[in-house]
Design a protein around this ligand. Structure first.
Ligand code: OOG
Ligand code: NI
Length: 462
């Protein structure tokens, strides 16, 4: 087989991400307005901060900024999840991390399909947060059975799509006409359908048990429920949203604003009420599920850094539940997170965040190499010979995700299940293990260190 005729996975993912964005702008016009706002604010930030612009350009982050986005979908069954995994694999998107959302009273667990290698991430990091319904968390047994029966009737994949995915896997890729057909069919899976597959009473029953249950079970497929562009200044977008008539969620999820952004900060606009048609009814009903979101990404944290983040976030939230507090949540968050170092060198020295390494200045680097001292990266970093470049966090945060789910379900929907992580069960449904995100960041950091070490040693021998 002549594999040179194949379209690269990265190219197929880029086309898919563009097609999804175009479809969603048509379906949810406010998303288009949000995109324009984000573009304006990103341009303003780059103009205001030329050093940031230079850094982003140097690390090829600027090109991906425009295309950067994630989406989210919710599927009903293991078979649907397996099919989705097969489709995403054609685009070089693989399941990374397990997210247990049962703690937040949301009866799903999730993973994110995303590119994993550094080059692919640079070309287009498009990711899809994918949740699987957990019927076992729905108390009413007969409702559970009814949901399972309805889901078993539907087929979310257009004819030929899974076959094309299987063929791509067997042959090692898709040709141009196949890729075209594939992207069109794959996008179709996530289209919104205004016709529900059930009557209004059935919808209401599911809705009463959990709004998410109605959203997953009562429609033809896993409609994309939001897309999320990446902004360089989430606070500015949050502030500007209401002025543009975009109804913003009250709080930004994640860490507070910092000099050196960590992990992920997110906010969204409220889901819109959309007209739907129920089976056997002439009068239209309505359903709210689809919204828009923005995110600002920072450096990926090590396990130690993540543990510190989780404990500080918990502190800020616990303080909030003590009614005496007169501080706002944002103030509390700022206050508590003062304990999280906000200096790149300290983050590196204390092993809290992941970085790549590069010589700060070629002349100084040459001198250092010529001196022939043994390789000691921490020392080179400390003395400023080697510069740190943060490795971007590419994943999600379960507490933030829960906040996003909840702001779009209405707060009354907070049903608190006890934590019931079921990773093994999820992986069985998926048909493969999920990748460990921290391992991926660690590997990227190690590769960068080794590459620099090789340059150092090769030159000092010469
Ligand atoms: C997914 C919510 C999670 C995020 O950015 O954390 C998410 C959903 O509502 O289906 O997308
Ligand atoms: Ni999201």
């Amino acid at each position: 087989m002549d594999t040179s005729v194949f379209i690269s996975k990265d190219e197929i993912r880029s086309r898919f991400s563009r097609a999804m964005s175009a479809m969603y702008q048509q379906e949810v016009p406010q998303y288009g307005a949000l995109l324009s706002l984000v573009r304006e604010i990103n341009a303003a930030v780059l103009e205001r901060e030329p050093t940031l612009e230079r850094d982003l350009r140097q690390h090829s982050e600027l090109t991906r900024l425009e295309v950067e986005r994630h989406g989210a979908i919710r599927v009903g069954t293991a078979a649907e999840l397996k099919g989705i995994a097969q489709i995403f694999a054609v685009m070089g998107m693989y399941p990374v991390a397990y997210y247990d959302l049962s703690v937040a009273g949301v009866p799903v667990h999730s993973t994110a399909f995303r590119p994993v290698d550094e080059h692919a991430l640079q070309i287009n990091p498009f990711r899809v947060f994918t949740s699987l319904l957990r019927l076992e968390l729905i108390e009413d047994v007969s409702l559970r059975q009814q949901a399972a029966a309805i889901l078993s009737q539907r087929s979310i994949f257009p004819p030929g799509l899974l076959e094309l995915a299987a063929q791509a896997q067997a042959a090692g890729g898709l040709t141009e006409p196949q890729a075209k057909e594939f992207v069109t069919a794959a996008t179709e899976v996530f289209r919104w359908h205004r016709q529900a597959t059930v009557d209004q009473d059935t919808y209401r029953k599911f809705y009463a048990a959990h709004r998410l249950l109605a959203d997953i079970v009562c429609f033809k497929g896993p409609h994309i429920n939001h897309l999320t562009p990446r902004t360089l200044d989430i606070d500015a977008v949050q502030e500007a949203m209401p002025q543009r008539g975009i109804p913003a969620k009250e709080l930004i999820e994640g860490p507070p604003r910092r000099r050196n952004p960590i992990l992920l900060r997110q906010t969204s606009f409220k889901a819109l009420e959309e007209e739907i048609e129920f089976v056997g009814q002439t009068r239209a009903g309505s359903h709210t599920a689809r919204f828009g979101e923005i995110e600002q990404r920072g450096v990926a944290l090590t396990r130690a850094g993540r543990a510190l983040y989780d404990s500080l976030l918990m502190q800020a939230r616990e303080l909030g539940s003590q009614a005496r507090s007169t501080q706002t949540y944002t103030e509390r968050l700022q206050h508590v997170f003062a304990q999280f170092p906000d200096d790149e060198h300290e983050l590196y020295e204390r092993g809290l965040a992941f970085f790549r390494f590069e010589p700060r200045d070629p002349v100084v680097w040459q001198q250092e190499v010529a001196a022939g001292r043994p390789w000691d990266l921490p020392d080179l970093v400390k003395r400023g010979v080697v510069a740190l470049s943060p490795i971007t966090y590419e994943d999600f945060l379960p507490v933030s995700a829960a906040g996003i789910f909840q702001s779009n379900l209405g707060d009354a929907e907070q049903k608190n299940y006890v934590s019931q992580a079921a990773r093994a069960e999820f992986e069985r449904n998926l048909g493969s293990p999920v990748l460990d995100e921290i391992d991926l960041y660690q590997a990227a950091q190690t590769r960068s260190e080794q590459a620099l070490q090789q340059r150092f040693l090769a030159k000092s021998k010469a």
